[in-house]
Design a protein around this ligand. Structure first.
Ligand SMILES: [Zn+2]
Length: 197
């Protein structure tokens, strides 16, 4: 279970509005008035609203894939991409590049995990409340990351950063780490990370 914290500031002084609002909702308010689930007392912001597309559809049922990569401009990157084929079936593959040596380390595999990953991203990690960019300035040490959400009939949504990370960064990495574990390689580049051949 992911620990609840504010996706804006990372603090845990959070009020769950749903139990509080239910009586009000019943009497006077429309669901639209209470679209945010949580309120953060530390930064005075709301979060946890349902994600919608530009044309008013709920985002989650229309997600067709996602891609995450993290790397270093000078040393290489690791990437994992999921693509939905049927409602309950997706495929994924892992690609890595180390010192200009580009290779697909885990060929395309089938799994039923995409829905679970999407639910985690939106309901546990509050992806819809993230900034689109974290520290867009040039990164002195060259590290960068990007998460791309592909949505049917809408432009893909990109979340990225250089040195800065979102509040739920560790949880984001934890979502993808089990797949990288299958490759016996680390998702994050480090100098003392010996690549097994
Ligand atoms: Zn906050």
């Amino acid at each position: 279970m992911t620990k609840l914290k504010c996706p804006h500031c990372g603090m845990i002084d959070i009020i769950d509005l749903l139990p509080l609002s239910t009586d009000l909702l019943w009497e006077t308010l429309s669901e639209d008035d209470l679209k945010h689930r949580y309120y953060c007392g530390s930064c005075d912001k709301y979060f946890g609203a349902t994600a919608y597309t530009e044309d008013g559809r709920q985002v989650i049922p229309y997600i067709t894939g996602l891609c995450f990569y993290t790397g270093d401009y000078y040393k290489g990157f690791a990437q994992i991409g999921f693509r939905r084929h049927y409602p309950n079936c997706c495929t994924y593959k892992i690609t890595m590049c180390r010192d200009d040596n580009h290779e697909e380390v885990l060929g395309r595999r089938a799994c039923g995990d995409l829905s679970r990953l999407i639910d985690s991203l939106y309901y546990d990690l509050f992806l819809d409340d993230w900034q689109r960019t974290y520290d867009a300035e040039e990164s002195p040490n060259g590290t960068y990351w990007k998460l791309i959400i592909f949505i049917e009939d809408e432009e893909k949504r990109e979340y990225s950063g250089t040195q800065e990370h979102p509040v739920y960064w560790d949880e984001l990495l934890a979502l993808f780490q089990p797949y990288f574990d299958l490759t016996n390689r680390s998702m994050l580049y480090s100098d003392n990370n010996q690549i097994k051949v």
